[in-house]
Design a protein around this ligand. Structure first.
Ligand code: SF4
Length: 214
């Protein structure tokens, strides 16, 4: 059984897959407490579903793309089995994970979006660095959520130190909603000389920052 906050169909709002129809499986619970977390409602509650029940709900939505997210989806061991089942059934599977839990043992067909925690999140010390060694350049993506210029400088250092431009399919720079001047962030990125992407959370522009299930 897995504890699930919500299963819904929407469009993907983040990553290089932004804009695509996608079914989201949002699992409950997270061992982290990022200062700017926008999904605190996943920390508690949720309903228990068997993997068969989750598969039936995902199939009913009819999207080829499925994202397993949270909370921290990999904090529930059975999430690894769910991801394998989704891959077996031919779904293109994205796994959004906060770089606290090891990605070892994850089905290699799934695409990882690894959310590296910057200092302003207050969770930077809990980054699990071996996860970066498991990145596959043809499919995995790395995301830095930045809340200030210090975070941007941190992201640049990690990108260079770990050669992430070569080791990931994309490096995403995602400003915390409402915290930064987007024009300024665009200028930082444009002048950085780095092959990274500025990422805005599309779903928040369409449905507003507080909307759930979108
Ligand atoms: S890892 Fe994700 S869900 Fe957990 S506290 Fe941080 S932003 Fe929120």
């Amino acid at each position: 059984m897995l504890r699930v906050t919500e299963i819904f169909r929407s469009i993907q709002g983040e990553s290089t897959h932004a804009g695509r129809p996608c079914t989201f499986v949002r699992l409950t619970g997270c061992p982290m407490r990022c200062v700017w977390c926008d999904s605190e409602y996943t920390f508690t509650g949720g309903d228990h579903f068997s993997i068969d029940s989750i598969m039936a709900q995902v199939n009913a939505f009819g999207c080829k793309l499925v994202e397993v997210t949270g909370g921290e989806p990999l904090a529930q061991k059975e999430a690894f089995t769910l991801i394998e089942r989704l891959c077996n059934d031919g779904f293109e599977v994205l796994v959004e994970t906060g770089n606290y839990v090891s990605t070892e043992g994850l089905d290699p067909r799934a695409k990882v979006i690894l959310d590296i925690k910057c200092p302003a999140s207050a969770e930077e010390p809990r980054n699990h660095w071996p996860n970066l060694d498991r990145l596959r350049a043809d499919r995995d993506e790395v995301k830095f959520v930045i809340a200030d210029e210090a975070d941007w400088n941190y992201a640049q250092r990690i990108i260079k130190d770990y050669d992430l431009e070569a080791r990931a399919n994309a490096v995403l720079i995602s400003p915390v909603w409402g915290e930064l001047d987007l024009e300024e962030v665009a200028n930082w990125i444009a002048s950085s000389g780095l092959n990274v992407r500025m990422q805005l959370q599309l779903h928040k522009y369409i449905w507003g920052p507080e909307a759930r299930g979108v």
